[in-house]
Design a protein around this ligand. Structure first.
Ligand code: CO
Ligand code: ZN
Length: 338
């Protein structure tokens, strides 16, 4: 099982495939099935729990370490269909209001729609309720043949490589799933590994919450995206694309403990893995839920610097992706004594 030789260059065709799978919060099954197929030869046991989390285990005699990456992506959910066949919708997760207009969205059955907006007088009228989706239907009856109330949809956005930079929808958090998959394939460790590909992170870290309680790990690491401060007149933030994996210090869901920070940075330095410290002033990750489980679980986060998060065109740098894989492997192969 563990003697497979594994290439050290990640297989980006897997990332391409992951980004194009349909997985809004609560509808992650096809993502789980794909990841399960990828990791089956490397794992002792794979299960899907009540919430829909995919749990991939490898036996070991050391610490039980949980790695979490969320399978869901932001999306929309249909709230109403009017008599002309236009759809109204709400948001699954958070999407900047300016990222919606004139974007394509896709439903589970492959039906495409265009988001547009009613005539507005001023920019302050740019509200969610002014937007609608046009799926090419001319009546409620016709629309109803393709889309029902409560159906979710996700942005359309192909996977593209631009030199070392990659652009796609859903890098949040298929890039984290990809890093976890690559690491799991390469890893040789005495620790007991519990890799959890979680559901419903974007609506409130719900899958991670129940999984952490059930699995009761000694230690946890989430792998997720973080924003950058390296674009024109960006919000002040020190994280930059291409400067390495980010080690989280703080976000709205967690203050990383000094022991965890020291462990993660010491391992990065020892293995010459480029890293940067991350202080994120908004948002959170699965570790926010995991570290508050039971009596508290020591938790860290490896973040992949990402521009244009929660849009159809998120951007990451391959060098950061590879640093994140290397850091995760090195952490899990270490003694993990904090
Ligand atoms: Co997100
Ligand atoms: Zn995320």
């Amino acid at each position: 099982m563990l003697n497979k030789t594994v290439s050290l260059i990640p297989d980006y065709s897997i990332l391409n495939k992951l980004t194009q799978l349909f997985g809004p919060p609560g509808t992650e099954r096809v993502v789980a099935e794909y990841i399960s197929t990828q990791l089956q030869p490397y794992s002792n046991q794979i299960t899907i729990d009540t919430m829909g989390n995919l749990i991939v285990r490898r036996q070991g005699t050391g610490k039980r370490i949980m790695v979490a990456a969320h399978m869901d992506q932001v999306g929309i959910i249909v709230t109403n269909i009017d008599k002309e066949g236009f759809l109204r919708f709400s948001i699954l997760g958070s999407i900047p209001i300016t990222a919606l207009n004139k974007q394509r969205v896709m439903f589970r059955n492959g039906r495409i729609g265009v988001i547009s907006i009613e005539k507005i007088e001023k920019l302050t009228d740019l509200k969610l309720e002014k937007h609608y989706i046009d799926i090419g239907a001319s009546s409620r009856k016709e629309a109803g043949q393709f889309v029902q109330i409560g159906d979710p949809a996700v942005f359309v956005g192909s996977y593209t490589e631009c030199g070392s930079r990659l652009i796609s929808k859903a890098f949040d958090d298929r890039i984290g799933c990809f890093v976890a998959i690559e690491a799991f394939k390469r890893l040789k460790t005495a620790h007991e590994l519990v890799f959890v590909f979680t559901v419903q992170e974007e609506v409130g870290t719900r899958g991670a919450q129940t999984a952490a309680y059930a699995l009761d790990p000694d230690l946890a690491i989430a792998v997720d995206v973080t924003v950058t401060g390296d674009t024109p007149k960006a919000h002040q933030m020190s994280v930059e694309l291409g400067k390495g994996a980010a080690i989280k210090v703080f976000d709205r869901s967690m203050v990383t403990s000094p022991q965890v920070k020291r462990w993660m940075s010491n391992i990065a330095v020892k293995n010459k893995i480029p890293f940067q410290w991350e202080v994120l002033e908004s948002g959170g990750t699965d570790s926010g839920a995991i570290h508050l489980t039971k009596g508290g679980i020591p938790s860290g986060v490896i973040s992949i610097p990402t521009r244009y998060i929660h849009s159809p065109a998120e951007m990451v740098d391959k060098n950061d992706v590879e640093a994140a894989v290397n850091l995760l492997v090195a952490l899990l192969e270490s003694s993990a004594e904090l």
